[in-house]
Every structure is written in C-alpha cells, then in structure tokens.
Design a protein around this ligand. Structure first.
Ligand code: MF3
Ligand code: CO
Length: 289
C-alpha cells in the first residue's frame, strides 16, 4: 500500500492519512518487524465495509431469533431450513450456505453426535431430548455474517445440558481472553483450558475464520492453542469464534454419502456456539450471535 501523509485515509473517514491511520499502520509494521504474525491489510475493515457487515450481522441475528421462537419438538430440520430461508429472503438477504461449495441447503442443522455441517432433511425430526445446533450465515448487499446457537428440544439429560453449557462457556472464556493488540492464540488457549477442565475435548479439524467481505477469510481461528502465539489481534478485524466441544474424544469423520456432515468418531455428543465479532480498541464487539 502506498499512501501519502496528506492523502485521504484508506479507512474512508475523510481525514488525512497522517491524522487518521498512519500511527496505527506503523504499529502493525513494528509488530511485523519484531517477527510477530500480523493480519493482511485487507483483514482490517474500512468504515464502509463495517457498515455493510453490521447490517448483514443484524439480519443474521434476527434469523436466529426467528428460529428460537419457532423451533419445537416434532419439527423436521427441513422445517428449520424453510424458516431460515424464507425469513432471510424476506429481509432482502441471501442464506450464505445455499450452493456454497455445493452445500444443498440454506442452513446447517447438527444434532447430538453431529459436530457440524448437518444437512436439513424432512426425514430428520426433532425429538424430546435432542440437542441441535442451528448455524446461520447471511449475505446482505455482498457482506457476510455467521453465527450459531444450540437449542435443547424439551427436556434433556443432565449430561447433554452440561455439554451445551460448557460449550457456551468455552465461547465466553475465549472471547474474554481477547485483548486488542494481543494474540489470536489467547482465544484458543482459554477455550481449550475450560473444555479440558470440564472433561470435554475441542475439535481441531474446524475453526473460526475471518468473515465479512467473504464467507471464509483469513485468519483461521483455532479453538486450541497457546497464549502469546499466533496472529496479533488488530482493531478492525472481523472473525468468528465457534468452538465445537465434544463430550468424548475430538476425532471426527465426514459423511461419505453427502460429503458434508461431520460426526464424532466415538458417537458421543458435540455442541457448538458461534459469535461473529469485531476487534475494537477496547476489546471486542459482538456483531452476530
Ligand atoms: N459456520 C459454518 C462454517 O463457518 C457455516 C458453514 S455453511 C456450509 O463452517 F455451507 F459451509 F456448510
Ligand atoms: Co463459521
């Protein structure tokens, strides 16, 4: 990037570069020179991009609220797909999973021992005691957002309830570890510690991801790791944190027939919560939940 001190700042503020992001960019360069991993320039959102991502994220959260209001025992996961698809389209938005690398539906619905990427079907009926993850991603005016939640169908076992809680806590402790100009590895370290302290394991084959201008962008966000390692968390980055927490072992396998659905290898349950966040100068902001 070559930009003069007196040129308008790349962020779109309308201010001169020297009065806006010059010091900020120098700080990133200084980290890089010291050997730290820093995000690509285009991972830092402009004002216009952030506005678009926020609007997309607001719709994404509203879709999940809509699902929360209507999900119930006896419903098929195809019914959830219809709820998500119709509500999203009614907002003038597009469900991001639909036709994404061949994914056939508008949302991922993953039950019990399914880790992620479950495909909605009229044959999958929600039963009392099921735990189901509904993973919603939205495109609005070209901007992407992504979040997911767990739903407990009726009453479930104490073990399943606890798994859903631990997974939620894992997301929360991961987010609480965020320091602007801190490290990406701080997030995974906090998640791993909490999961393992509760006798659970963390899936490593999938992670969070940069999200906003595209569906899946850099950086990959591991949900395990070591404090003080990985990419510097620079204000203006937008990414997901979405730990998949298993009651048993972290190993998984992918459905041979549909090429998508991931199941735990040991057949034990898995739970996941996902927020889409923005790194700020004070910490972070939740864009979609
Ligand atoms: N939140 C999920 C992810 O980032 C959404 C997947 S949609 C799919 O992997 F189309 F890829 F399945
Ligand atoms: Co995601």
């Amino acid at each position: 990037m070559s930009i003069g001190r007196n040129d308008p700042c790349w962020c779109g503020s309308g201010r001169k570069y020297k009065k806006c992001h010059l010091d900020f960019d120098s700080k990133i360069t200084a980290f890089a020179l010291k050997g730290f991993e820093v995000p690509d320039f285009d991972a830092i959102r402009t004002i216009e991009e952030l506005e678009g991502i926020r609007a997309s994220a607001a719709i994404n959260t509203a879709v999940l609220d809509h699902v929360a209001k209507h999900i119930k025992v006896g419903m098929s996961t195809e019914d959830i797909n219809t709820l998500v698809h119709d509500f999203t389209v009614a907002q003038g938005a597009i469900p991001a999973p639909l036709d994404y690398e061949g994914f056939p539906k508008s949302v991922c619905t993953s039950l019990n021992n399914e880790v992620c990427h479950g495909i909605p079907s009229p044959d999958i009926i929600l039963k009392e005691g099921d735990i189901v993850n509904v993973d919603v991603s939205t495109i609005y005016k070209g901007y992407y957002s992504d979040a997911n939640r767990m739903f407990i169908i009726g009453e479930t076992t104490p073990e399943r309830k606890r798994l859903v809680e631990v997974a939620k806590e894992c997301l929360e402790v991961g987010l609480a570890a965020i320091r602007p100009w801190g490290f990406l590895g701080d997030i995974g370290a906090a998640i791993q510690e909490h999961a393992e302290a509760n006798g659970c394991s963390v899936v490593t084959k999938f992670g969070g991801h940069g999200c906003g201008v595209d569906f899946h962008e850099e950086p990959f966000v591991p949900h395990v790791g070591k404090k003080g390692t990985g990419c510097i968390l620079v204000p203006g980055m937008t990414f997901t944190v979405e730990p998949m927490i298993n009651a048993g072992d972290s190993d998984l396998f992918i459905d041979k027939d549909n090429g998508w659905t991931a199941y735990t290898k040991d057949g034990k349950d898995s739970a996941q919560w996902e927020h889409h966040i923005l790194i700020t100068e004070d910490g972070f902001e939740i864009l979609s939940y």
